[in-house]
Design a protein around this ligand. Structure first.
Ligand code: NAP
Length: 337
């Protein structure tokens, strides 16, 4: 009998890490997930995985713990998913973002180089490394031009991952992922704010969840968000984690853009979400300067042609279906409270 492969997943409590853990378990892996210590023990995205995965406390600021965990578990595959992942928050916390999203990746690369140099390493790069590049469609050859503290930290992490691949021969590669969303998306992100607000208004929820400023997400039937003209290429997270796994099954380490090659505005997002709840978004959504980013990324779509050719990967869920799926989920979630 062949022994199950071991996968080490950072960021397992987040959106992508939890979907990836689901996929790896289906494929018969032993999954070890890094969880950072918190005062609250509730991990809603992985509640269903308790007892099926091994959880270890650790933090990306702590090299010692990362080194001992890689030495102890000797993983075949390392999926480095964890980060300070919210671009909008990165202006308020530029140093934390650099420390976790940037240098945290180097700590993971070092732990692998020292203790399991033949492990395959996946790096969660973001399309934010293209930042201000004014190009309708971006691919793996697009120059990097990050224009916010999060994107700059991801660009540094990406370059370090490439450097470890070239300098030490690590099997290290990155998915350059465009925005991807789901029912597990945190409320820090505009898609989930909009779908949750539509559901709260539809159901007349008296105490909606709070936004990042500590205010009710919905007050007097209104949702306050940032730039309605911002444009994104949005896909379904559950499909994007399949691409991560496929990348590590390659013979050679290679980076891939993962996207849908379509794009929509935040205004489109509001229209589709509120329509799904039987409401008119224009009655309920207000653009508020406090939620605008100091710099906006350029409006670009991602060309996933290389992933389709080499990995056989392509997106399946349309933008409209994705947003409807999230609204349906939030309506169910709030109805069950
Ligand atoms: P997410 O839901 O915010 O998950 C982030 C994860 O990182 C959480 O598990 C979080 O733990 C963990 N984490 C944060 N700081 C940590 C630290 N100091 N030590 C250990 N763990 C820490 O993000 P996501 O949407 O799944 O994204 C996954 C990765 O892909 C991130 O690197 C993100 O930057 C990148 N990415 C995402 C997108 C997207 O559209 N979703 C696009 C491109 C790239 P807690 O649960 O304790 O907070």
């Amino acid at each position: 009998m062949t022994q199950a492969k071991t996968a080490f997943v950072t960021g397992i409590t987040g959106q992508d890490g939890s979907f990836l853990a689901d996929l790896l378990l289906e494929k018969g892996y032993r999954v070890v997930g890094l969880v950072r210590r918190s005062t609250n023990y509730d991990y809603p995205n992985i509640r269903h995985l308790i007892g099926k995965v091994t959880l270890e406390y650790g933090d990306l600021i702590d090299s010692d713990c990362l080194n001992s965990l890689i030495a102890q578990y000797q993983p075949d595959e390392v999926y480095h998913i964890a980060a300070q992942s919210v671009p909008a928050d990165s202006w308020k916390q530029p140093i934390v973002t650099a420390e976790i999203t940037g240098v945290g990746t180097v700590r993971m690369l070092e732990a692998v180089r020292r203790h399991k140099p033949d492990a395959k390493f996946y790096q969660a790069t973001s399309r934010e490394i293209f930042g201000g590049v004014e190009q309708e469609v971006c691919d793996e050859n697009t120059p990097f031009f990050a224009n916010n503290p999060y994107g700059i930290a991801k660009q540094y992490a990406h370059l370090m991952m490439m450097n470890y691949r070239e300098s030490y021969g690590l099997f290290a590669c990155a998915g350059i992922l465009f925005n991807h969303e789901s029912e597990r998306r945190s409320l820090h992100f505009v898609t989930r704010k909009v779908t949750m607000a539509a559901a709260c208004i539809k159901l007349g929820i008296a105490h909606p969840p709070l936004n990042e400023l500590g205010e009710p997400l919905v007050a007097d039937g209104k949702l306050k968000i940032g730039n309605l003209d911002a444009v994104r290429d949005w896909g379904y997270a559950k499909e994007y984690v399949e691409a991560m796994w496929l990348m590590l099954q390659n013979d050679k380490p290679q980076d891939y853009v993962i996207a849908t090659n379509t794009c929509f505005t935040v205004r489109d997002l509001c229209r589709v979400a509120f329509e799904a709840a039987g409401l008119n978004w224009e009655d309920h959504v207000v653009s508020d300067q406090r939620f605008h980013r100091p710099t906006e990324i350029a409006a670009s779509r991602g060309d996933y042609g290389r992933a389709k050719r080499d990995l056989g990967w392509e997106p399946k869920t349309s933008f409209e279906d994705l947003i409807r799926l999230m609204v349906d989920y939030d309506l169910r979630l709030l109805s069950e409270r």
